[in-house]
Structure formats: C-alpha cells, structure tokens
Design a protein around this ligand. Structure first.
Ligand code: AMP
Length: 369
C-alpha cells in the first residue's frame, strides 16, 4: 500500500531489506541527503552494515525482529527482490514500503514476469510453462532449439538454468534444474527460446509517488559465466531501438504503479527488435555507471523516490564503462587506483571467492578529451 505522500524529513530513517553491496551504496546515498538507514538481512558482517546507521541481522521470516525493525524506521525499501512477499506484506501493513509487495510477487517469478510483459505489449523470447518433465517436449515445439530451461523462482546470475541445444538434451536439462526431484507445485520452470541477440541492454527507470518517471539511458551489458562483467554507455544501439527500450521500461513502471526503481534487462536482435528478459524492482548492477558519469545516480534517485522527494533528470557528462571486480579481479586494483579515469568502488568484503562481486570501477571518457 502506498499511502504516504508527505516527504520524509531529514533525519528520518529509511529501512533497507537486504544488506549486500546494493544496500551499502543505497545507505551512502541516503546519508548524503541527511537520512539515517537501518539495514535488515540474514548475513553477518555485511557490506551494508559497515555504512548504515543501524543493522538487524535476522532471517526475513523472523516476526519479532521484523516488528522491531518496523518500529525503528520511517519507510522501507529493499535491495533485492527475493525478500519473502509475506515479509513485505507484513511491513506494509505497518508503514510505507516502496516499491510495494505486489511488485515483488511478479518480479520473483519468471512466469508472472513474462505474463506481465505480454500484458503491457512488450516482446519476450518465445516461452512456455514447464510443470513436469513431460511438458518439456511440447514446450520445445513452441520455442524450437536452442532453448534455455529456467526455474521460475529464485534463479539469479545463471543459477537454475540449463541450455538445451538439441531435443536430446532435454533429460539432462530437466535433471539439472530439478536435482532429480519431482516438482511439488505447478509453475516450477519456464522454457525460453535462446535468442541469438546482437547485444544485451538494460534500462533503469525511477518513478515517484506522484507518477513522475525519469529513465536513465540504456546501458549495454556483457556477461561472463552468466554474471555481468561490464556495462557501457552509450549502448551501441540506434535511436529507434533506444526509444523502444525506454518506452517499455516506462510502461512497465507505470503499469506496476511502482514507486522506486525498475531495471529491465532486454535482448536486442539483429533486426533491432527489443525482447524483455527479466526485470528487477530495485537498483541494478548495470546502473552503477550512473554513480560517476554525471548527474543524479540510481541510488540517490531511489532514495528520492522512497522519501517522496522530487526526482532529478540525469545529465551524463562522460562516456563510461563499468567493470565489475569479481573474485580475483580485485588483484587488478593497483592498476585502477593509479588510473586518473577510473573511479573505484569497493564493497568491503574481506574474502574474494570465485564469482563474488567485490567492487566495480567506472572508467570515464570525458567528452572532448
Ligand atoms: P538471466 O538469469 O535470465 O538474466 O540470464 C543470465 C544471462 O544468460 C543473460 O543475461 C543472457 O546473457 C543469458 N540468457 C538468459 N536467457 C537467455 C535467452 N533466452 N537467450 C539468450 N541468452 C540468454
């Protein structure tokens, strides 16, 4: 429920569900605007609690801890979309939660997400619901091959996904995503046509409680092992494609009646068609370039939306490539720290495990230089 229309005054506390790096950067942006932050999440020694005003380390299902958290904050947002919907509902019965729980419900489920994209007239790769192994064969008729089988819920960075190059791969793909168990409920998985895309882009839009929508420019994204490795702006797409992508993200935010940020990941095909892959109602790794390339950044824009402040129009003054520092990439730090064009952001994680996002660097190419 979004009932709060008065702006949060300076000194108010924004509650953040999730205490990873996105929560950390959100807390830093909130502090700039005079807000306190209280982060809530299951992980000890988290990146966010190092910079937030207060921290609760507890499970998302811990009712007593949630009641204490709700009493200590003035509004709530989240840094990742897999917070249990029940938790978001419970909090929203007590105070303003932006974006609202209904949006989480859609963003947590690839099937609901694809149905939503269809409802707003946004294209997706051909897809079909797969409840049981036997559905996979008919689903392959819909998508053709190659295709990718994905769990509908709780997948990220390529987890819960298996590629099907030929129909003969179906058994192995099913075994890979089910772990050999029969799914207990319908809506377990979705099969998607594998898109031979020209590039991947994402659009992040901010939307305020009064309906003001402000998009960031599309970023072009490159992945390695299913994890985002770099994002750059401007994306190598023509103006018509950029316009179509911005229109989709704007339409999605409006249809969801979202207050906050929405990131929509899309494939651009050789013919310039834009197909939606997935969306996240929060700040997004592919938007970290906004922190240094000019104007308001995604985290400040989210704080503004949550707090009921006016949104700003971002004006980019540099071309930029954001490079993620994943695992051992932090060993390249010395080089980046000497580079005048590099803005380094580290997340305060002590152990550099493979696949772990340790920080990012924005490499700026100032116009005219
Ligand atoms: P996801 O977890 O759905 O964001 O997938 C992670 C990455 O896998 C995407 O950013 C793409 O690079 C790739 N991928 C996922 N689905 C598809 C698809 N249907 N066609 C082509 N590439 C895909």
């Amino acid at each position: 429920m979004d009932r709060e229309t008065r702006p949060l005054p300076p000194g108010a506390t924004i509650g953040i569900l999730g205490n990873g790096q996105l929560g950390r950067m959100l807390a830093l942006a909130a502090a700039r605007l005079g807000y306190k932050t209280h982060v809530y999440g299951p992980d000890k020694d988290s990146p966010a609690e190092q910079v937030a005003t207060a921290s609760t380390v507890a499970a998302y299902e811990n009712a007593a801890a949630l009641i204490g958290f709700a009493a200590a904050v003035d509004a709530v947002t989240f840094e990742f979309e897999n917070v249990p919907v029940k938790t978001a509902h419970e909090l929203s019965s007590r105070l303003t939660v932006r974006p609202g729980p209904k949006i989480l419900e859609i963003a947590q489920d690839r099937i609901k997400e694809k149905q939503f994209f269809a409802a707003i007239g946004a294209g997706t790769p051909a897809w079909a619901i797969v409840n049981q192994r036997k559905d996979l064969d008919s689903a392959l008729q819909t998508t053709g091959t190659p295709a990718v089988l994905k769990t509908a819920r709780l997948g990220y960075d390529g987890k819960g996904q298996a590629k099907i190059k030929t129909p003969g791969d179906a058994d192995a793909a099913w075994a890979a995503i089910t772990g050999g168990k029969t799914p207990a409920e319908d809506g377990f998985a979705v099969l998607e046509a594998f898109v031979d895309f020209r590039c991947e882009i994402s659009v992040i839009v901010a939307r305020a409680a009064d309906g003001q929508v402000v998009p960031f420019e599309p970023a072009e994204n490159e992945h390695s092992n299913h994890i985002l490795s770099s994002s750059f702006v401007p994306a190598r797409i023509d103006p018509a494609t950029a316009k179509a992508a911005l229109a989709i993200a704007t339409r999605a935010a409006e249809a969801l009646d979202l207050v906050g940020l929405l990131a929509v990941e899309m494939f651009v095909t050789a013919s310039g068609d834009v197909l939606c892959n997935e969306m996240a109602p929060r700040s997004h790794n592919s938007g970290h370039w906004t922190m240094d390339a000019g104007g308001v950044d995604q985290f400040e824009q989210l704080v503004r939306a949550v707090a009921g402040l006016p949104l700003l129009t971002p004006v980019r003054h540099a071309d930029v490539t954001m490079v993620n520092l994943i695992g051992d990439d932090v060993n390249k730090l010395d080089r980046y720290l000497k580079d005048e064009s590099a803005r380094v952001h580290l997340y305060g994680k002590s152990e550099a495990r493979p696949g772990r996002k340790m920080g990012h660097v924005n490499l700026l190419k100032t116009r005219g230089r």
